[in-house]
Design a protein around this ligand. Structure first.
Ligand code: TYM
Length: 328
């Protein structure tokens, strides 16, 4: 049985980047025979940046509801909340002793923030973020971690930590591997195709799953393009390649078909059609979401059941770990 584990932070509302790069794929994965799926809300990771406490609670439930909306089925997947399983914090402390400051200092997320606003003021939690993440998957003996490209470096460090621990203490952890979509692992910003689409960027640069149809249309109409007015996917056309990827993901059509349908369209017409397509698909998802989100009791029951299934595995792993390193 192959075990699949992945998480998402409730630090903002999910974007179409989260959806296409991760959440939608998690839903698709469930239909592969012989896989056990574990998906969690990484709220301990979320607090490495400042959060409004009541909003954080609300968003945790929002994301559970979004996962169910996009097709993650609580009968096929274990859905749980990271902070509700203390084993996640415990393993993080233990693994801190199997990773160096040098290794953590090389992580892009920390390096980028340090370059922007200086190293000294960064929170220790942000520096340690990848260790908590390593623990998240090693606790469950995960085989595969479906993520977007931005998380691949973290999974590589997780493998290093696991191997180091195994070398010192004998086989303890399975060495997991990151998996990502060939097409949608890096959905780029609508303002700047060299940056990934991110909910922490400026408002026009991303599309949220909960954006209104009007906003979606406006954002796509304003999306930055090049100046040759040719709808084509190419290395030297990152903006159009990104828009074509989004079009293809939402329509289910191959990029080549969209290119030929739009060979005579100018960018204006192409972007309007893309905006309308995404707005139509997201409006349908939003209708399902509001039903699912309104039943908070059901959401809490799903979390409680998921937590108790996940905790059995996580607690057993913590006992093994403690025993191996001599903790009573
Ligand atoms: P987070 O919350 O930033 O994003 C959740 C997932 O969405 C993917 N993603 C994207 N994919 C394609 N294009 C984009 N523009 C885009 N933006 C986000 C992310 O790659 C991710 O897969 N550290 C993780 C959460 C986490 C985790 C884990 C993941 C905590 N522990 C253990 C896997 C395993 C994060 O911040 O994801």
């Amino acid at each position: 049985m192959k075990r699949i584990v992945s998480g998402i932070k409730p630090s903002g509302d999910p974007t179409i980047g989260n959806y296409l790069g991760a959440m939608k794929r998690w839903a698709d994965n469930q239909h592969i025979e012989g896989c056990e799926n574990f998906f969690f809300i990484a709220n301990l990771h979320a607090i490495t940046t400042k959060q409004d406490p009541s909003l954080l609670k609300k968003r945790t439930l929002d994301i559970v509801a979004w996962l169910i909306t996009v097709g993650v089925d609580p009968n096929r997947s274990v859905i749980f909340v990271q902070s509700m399983i203390p084993a996640h914090s415990e393993i993080c402390w233990i693994l801190n002793n199997y990773v160096t400051m040098g290794e953590l200092g090389k992580m892009t997320q920390y390096k980028d923030k340090s370059l922007k606003s200086g190293k000294e003021g960064q929170l220790a939690g942000l520096f340690d973020y990848p260790v908590l993440m390593a623990g998240d998957v090693l606790l469950y003996d995960a085989d595969e971690i479906p993520v977007g490209f931005d998380q691949v470096q973290h999974v590589e460090l997780c493998r290093t930590i696991a191997q180091r621990f195994n070398n010192q203490h004998g086989d303890t952890f399975k060495i997991p591997k990151a998996t990502f979509s060939k097409t949608s692992a890096k959905i780029m910003s609508l303002n700047n195709a060299t940056e990934k689409m991110s909910k922490s960027d400026v408002k026009d640069s991303y599309v949220l799953l909960e954006d209104s149809a009007d906003d979606i249309l406006k954002k796509f109409k304003k999306a930055v393009t090049d100046s040759d007015n040719k709808v084509a996917f190419a290395n030297d056309k990152p903006e159009l390649s990104n828009l074509l990827t989004i079009y293809s993901e939402f329509s289910g059509k191959p990029v080549s078909e969209i290119e030929s349908e739009h060979k005579d369209s100018g960018y204006g017409k192409f972007k309007t059609e893309l905006g309308e397509l995404v707005a139509e698909k997201l409006t349908a998802l939003q209708n399902t979401y509001s039903d699912i989100r309104s039943n908070e009791e059901r959401l809490m029951n799903i979390i409680t059941e998921g937590n108790s299934n996940a905790a059995v595995i996580a607690n057993e792993k913590i006992s093994v770990l403690k025993d191996k390193i001599g903790l009573l």
